[in-house]
Design a protein around this ligand. Structure first.
Ligand code: TMP
Length: 218
């Protein structure tokens, strides 16, 4: 088995940049790396992503949203993540099950037990070995995310960015409480620090765990 690392955090926390830098670092060290994201990561799940993030779908009910995330995840785990882990790769995933707890439970108010059972089913009990939480103030993150959307051509994936600041604050609190509940799996880093400082902190923590895990084949 390989090693499964997920990256989490609110909108605009800097995950995408950090995942790119960490992927490059691992590759330079000789690791076989699969970098992917949720929702999405394979053609069927990318189609579900488009529905989920389309700002025109503001009438979507919370349960519909939850089922779509679970459906996208079931396909992604079976088609991409599990095969990559079985072949000994390090898998880096931009968001995973903790995002569902943070957004759909803390954000939308769906009962945690409902989410947990659906998630277990969707990923056939697969859990991350390590989760990097990039913590960031909700106001700052949202501002960065909106700037990025304005500068991006193509479909505006902004259904969540249009949510009130209070929603994003609940999501952040949700992530922080998850990290507190599982200190063995989570590493929390400060998303307000400079990009290079943050990438060094992530590399330091993650490489140590990866070596201890000693399961990923170089
Ligand atoms: P991204 O912009 O980081 O790619 O994430 C897409 C959006 O989907 C983001 O606003 C968080 C949200 N999301 C959930 O609400 N639940 C989930 O389970 C996942 C994976 C993402």
């Amino acid at each position: 088995m390989g090693y499964f690392i997920t990256f989490e955090g609110i909108e605009g926390c800097g995950k995408t940049t950090q995942i790119k830098l960490f992927t490059e670092l691992l590759q330079s060290l000789g690791y076989r790396v699969v970098t992917t994201r949720e929702p999405g990561g394979c053609p069927i799940s990318d189609k579900i992503r488009a529905i989920l993030l389309d700002a025109g779908n503001r009438d979507m009910y919370p349960l519909t949203e939850l089922f779509l995330y679970a459906a996208a995840r079931a396909q992604h785990v079976a088609e991409v993540i599990r095969p990559a882990l079985e072949s000994g790769c390090v898998v880096l995933c931009d968001r995973f099950t903790d995002a569902t707890i943070a957004y759909q439970s803390f954000g939308r108010g769906i009962e945690r037990a409902t989410i947990d059972s659906l998630t277990t089913l969707a990923c056939q009990s697969l859990l991350p070995d390590l989760t990097i939480l990039i913590d960031c103030d909700a106001e700052i993150g949202l501002q960065r995310a909106r700037q990025r959307i304005e500068a991006t051509a193509g479909p505006r994936e902004e259904r969540f960015e249009l949510e009130a600041l209070e929603f994003h604050r609940r999501v952040r609190d949700g992530y922080l409480s998850l990290a507190q509940q599982e200190p063995g799996r989570f590493v929390t880093v400060d998303g307000n620090t400079a990009i290079s400082e943050l990438s060094a902190a992530i590399a330091d923590q993650a490489l140590r765990r990866l070596k201890d895990g000693a399961r990923a084949i170089c």
